[in-house]
Ligand binder design. Structure first.
Ligand code: SF4
Length: 695
């Protein structure tokens, strides 16, 4: 039953990082979504946004804590005190027996800034553990690392989305926004209306690639070879901007030497992209006055994800397409708060405002805000996949609190992850629904959804937005912040924590002061206007920073950095046993692990079951027809999907969306090979075999 609250509330969609503006309208027991003009979505919403209010009245919503008396026993309803008392007691017992780092936390990129901050603080102050990371490690880590290395600052887009329309050329690499965030396409359409051209780099001819001037269907895992090849041609044909390189960058010479070995016919062999296309793209980019490079998970979710991005950035720096209006590199952030979620302390090595746990000055600044001694703060911990590998008696992490993540479906090499989760002494999951991970838990805590609590989100542009409470949570449900504050109290740290969103925001804004992502000048009042504010915003009279890098880059000397990158193949390539590439991704009607969207009937009707996209010749070679059930097998697991024949697919590549669980889970198959810098797993490439299923 829905309790009384304001009849209409301007807020933002619960799903992706576009954070489309919407209005929630209440009428009696019913909540509906209305469009709202906002600069990112210009009044548009995708089907997920339009149907998102249905989540608020989903019949299987959890409204009471659930607990097992012992492993193997069923989950049963219990009171909040019983659940929280047991969590605190077991966490303390494990800490005493095995050390503070034996208790871990796993957060999410969909959590508000307030919650991401609070979770990081709870780990360091409440539990004193170094063991915390989050699912943004699966999404944005390579873009963040590459942005830091090349430009000294990681902000998904260092410019507002409206700048897309002003660029002559957009090079869009491994992104399919026409399906993943459709309203953003208005900006690309405007760019093309003004005479701009869109070049899409993607192994698949996606819905986005179909709208492009040119589509380069490179082979999975060959991004850095492609980027080096384009740079080779640009240098050979005199297209590079020597004045820009001299004035605003550092380190070009080693990159020039590396690029010299990527002659076009070699790059054609490595990437599958024809030499004439390479030349055409290099000239389109080199002859344009303005060009923007946008990447997404395609090049990023690879075991060389950071290298891939740095290679593309090298190309853009050499062409002088950075640090100017309508130019630059941006990564299209995926999760709702994928930007803010990676800034405020739920990462293994991080303190709020992009501060570093291993920096003495950063430790001292944040410890002062938290009222603790700097020496009491733990050091950096394990990254997400390393943390998951460490679960259980062998790895030493005996208890895990999961907030805003459905690891049992979203983590790579799912069979291994589920084994690890099952080996924990204590698994606690906070979720509005009995997700696949919650179903494995010893204790499940029912939490409020996006429209039931206040907070802020930082969208893909680095713009801080108000997410407003439109209605109270159902009776029996608590907010994540309330849970953290209650646990902190039971752990003897209650005075350090509040559950009030605005108070949390004010504290964390202070904790970011002087950091890279400086929110110190932002308050709830200042972002009441529909536009929000861009960080850095260091003082209350600062207007925010929509565009970074126009005068100088964020490095110490203000220069952007080149990085020489040699192409290296993915961790697993097709062979006789596993002869195809497998790549994974999202579809329009579902979102991430599907905990939310698989509960919406209208979305399930669009795409009712998992499928694998294959070239018809691949299907026919197995004796299969379109729609037949097929089995995919990798070195890690087996899954089954309906075959979908797609003539535009490469003959060597299969595509599977990752939104389903069980036998239709893509992540039963994926490879956990990690990028050495970002520690992102290689979701986008592995070797796979396909078999017909004889019934
Ligand atoms: Fe929501 Fe993203 Fe769709 Fe916009 S594009 S309505 S933010 S899911």
């Amino acid at each position: 039953m829905i309790a009384a609250a304001a009849p209409s509330t301007a807020t933002h969609c619960p799903y992706c990082a576009l954070q489309c503006g919407m209005v929630l309208v209440r009428s009696g027991e019913t909540v509906t979504v209305a469009a709202r003009d906002f600069p990112t979505n210009k009044g548009g919403l995708c089907r997920k946004g339009w149907t998102s209010a249905e989540l608020l009245t989903a019949p299987d919503r959890l409204t009471t804590p659930l607990m097992r008396t012992a492993k193997g026993e069923p989950l049963r309803a219990v009171g909040w005190d019983a659940a929280l008392d047991r969590i605190a007691a077991e966490m303390q017992g494990i800490r005493k027996a095995y050390g503070a780092d034996a208790v871990g936390i796993f957060g999410g990129g969909g959590l508000t800034n307030e919650k991401a901050y609070l979770l990081g603080k709870f780990a360091r102050v409440g539990l004193g553990t170094a063991t915390i990371d989050y699912n943004g490690r699966f999404c944005m880590a390579s873009a963040a690392a590459a942005g830091q290395r090349a430009f000294g600052i990681d902000r998904g887009l260092p410019f507002p989305l409206v700048d897309i329309a002003g660029a002559e050329i957009i090079l869009l690499v491994g992104a399919n926004p026409a399906e993943t965030m459709p309203p953003i396409m208005q900006h690309f359409e405007e760019q093309q209306r003004r005479g701009g051209r869109l070049i899409v780099v993607d192994p698949r001819r996606t819905a986005t690639a179909a709208t492009a001037t040119l589509h380069l269907a490179l082979s999975p895992g060959s991004d850095s070879a492609l980027a080096n090849g384009l740079l080779h041609i640009a240098i050979q044909d005199g297209l590079i901007d020597r004045d820009f390189i001299a004035a605003r960058t550092e380190g070009f010479e080693p990159v020039r030497r590396v690029a010299a070995a990527y002659w076009p016919d070699r790059v054609e062999r490595l990437t599958g992209v024809a030499e004439r296309q390479l030349r055409r793209v290099a000239h389109m980019l080199g002859e344009a006055e303005t060009a923007i490079l946008l990447t997404a998970r395609g090049p990023e979710q690879q075991s060389r994800g950071v290298d891939n991005l740095l290679a593309y950035i090298n190309l853009f720096l050499a062409l002088g397409h950075a640090g100017k209006i309508f130019c630059g590199f941006g990564s299209l952030t995926g999760q709702g708060n994928g930007q803010g979620g990676r800034e405020h302390g739920q990462k293994a090595d991080q303190l709020p405002g992009y501060r570093k746990l291993d920096d003495p000055a950063d430790r001292a600044a944040v410890a002062k805000i938290w009222g603790v001694e700097p020496e009491s703060l733990p050091r950096s911990g394990l990254s997400a996949c390393e943390l998951l590998d460490g679960l259980g008696p062998e790895g030493g992490i005996r208890a895990l609190l999961v907030m805003g993540s459905n690891l049992a479906v979203s983590a790579p090499d799912g069979n291994r992850v589920r084994e690890r989760l099952a080996s924990l002494d204590l698994l606690v999951v906070a979720d509005p629904f009995l997700s696949e991970t919650a179903a494995m838990a010893d204790i499940v805590l029912p939490v409020a959804q996006w429209a039931e609590e206040d907070g802020t989100m930082t969208n893909l542009e680095g713009r801080i937005l108000r997410r407003r409470r439109a209605l109270p949570p159902p009776p029996g449900v608590r907010t994540d912040a309330e849970i953290i504050a209650s646990l902190a109290e039971r752990l003897g740290r209650g005075t350090c924590f509040t559950a009030e969103p605005e108070e949390i925001f004010e504290e964390f804004a202070r904790a970011t002061a002087g950091g890279v992502a400086d929110y110190a000048g932002i308050s709830y009042d200042r972002i009441e206007s529909p536009e929000g504010l861009y960080w850095p915003c260091p003082s209350t009279d600062h207007p925010g920073t929509p565009r970074l890098f126009l005068d100088r880059f964020g490095t110490k000397d203000g220069r952007a950095k080149f990085h020489p990158i040699e192409h290296q193949p993915p961790a697993e390539e097709p062979d006789r046993e596993y002869p195809y590439f497998l790549t994974t991704g999202r579809i329009m009607s579902q979102y991430q692990s599907g905990t939310q969207t698989r509960r919406i009937a209208a979305l399930n009707q669009i795409e009712p079951q998992p499928f694998v996209e294959i070239h018809p010749d691949v299907g026919r070679s197995l004796g299969c027809a379109d729609g037949d059930l097929v089995r995919l097998r990798t070195r890690r697991g087996v899954s089954e999907f309906r075959a979908r024949f797609e003539p535009s697919m490469r003959l060597d590549t299969l595509f599977v969306p990752f939104h389903w669980s069980g036998i239709g889970s893509a992540n039963n198959l994926t490879n956990q090979a990690l990028d050495p810098v970002s520690k992102i797993p290689e979701f986008k490439v592995c070797a796979v075999r396909i078999e017909a299923i004889v019934k």
